[in-house]
Design a protein around this ligand. Structure first.
Ligand code: GRF
Length: 202
């Protein structure tokens, strides 16, 4: 079983998609749900599923960012999944878990990414640009926001949309399919890097 740590900040619908994916049931186990927000909805989902939660920050009962690497190592985490986590992952963790941290972004990178590009901000920027397609990107995490190698993308037709919220809804549906798919491929060891490009083996 591939051992996952899922990092969240908000409602946790992608966490739910991972936990509910029939294809992942026999392949992965979510060992930890981690957030910088102790009161996030996603922690509720973790607790309902008897998964340990860890809050990052300073103060009692929290895990400091410089202890994060040790925590992940002690839990023997194989893959870190950022599903709505908004903070930068410390450089020592990025180094230790090279090509083993993935992030889901609700647009087609390398457009509409970077600092401040999260949540509805992304969809507003896409809407205002008059782009006719948007989509989902799952990529490796490096020391910068949204710049790591792209693993998989799916497009969504947004030619008829009337609002950023409508884009968000369409994209989220694809997120819930693409993230479990990529995790499954990891678990099956079917993600390889060749000539600086990521390839998913069928
Ligand atoms: C998703 O849109 C994800 O792409 C982005 O943050 C959002 C998290 O949503 N990185 P949820 O908490 O999984 O519902």
């Amino acid at each position: 079983m591939l051992k996952l740590a899922v990092f969240v900040s908000g409602r946790g619908s992608n966490l739910k998609a991972i936990l509910n994916s029939p294809n992942l049931k026999e392949l992965v186990v979510v060992k930890a749900v981690v957030s910088n927000k102790a009161d996030c909805k996603a922690f509720g989902i973790a607790r309902e599923n008897s998964i340990d939660t860890f809050t990052l920050g300073s103060g009692e009962g929290k895990v400091s960012y410089d202890k994060l690497n040790d925590l992940l190592k002690s839990l023997e985490i194989d893959l870190v999944v950022l599903a709505g986590f908004l903070k930068m992952i410390p450089a020592d963790v990025v180094r230790t878990f090279k090509n083993r941290i993935i992030n889901i972004h609700p647009a087609l990178l390398p457009s509409f990414g970077g600092k401040g590009m999260y949540g509805i901000n992304v969809h507003k920027a896409v809407f205002d640009s008059s782009a006719q397609v948007s989509g989902v990107t799952v990529h490796f995490v490096d020391e910068h926001y949204d710049t790591g190698r792209i693993i998989a993308q799916r497009c969504v037709d947004i030619s008829g949309v009337k609002s950023p919220e409508e884009i968000a809804g369409k994209v989220l549906k694809e997120e819930h399919k693409l993230l479990p798919f990529v995790i499954q491929k990891f678990a099956e060891d079917k993600i390889v890097i060749e000539n600086n490009r990521v390839k998913i083996i069928n």
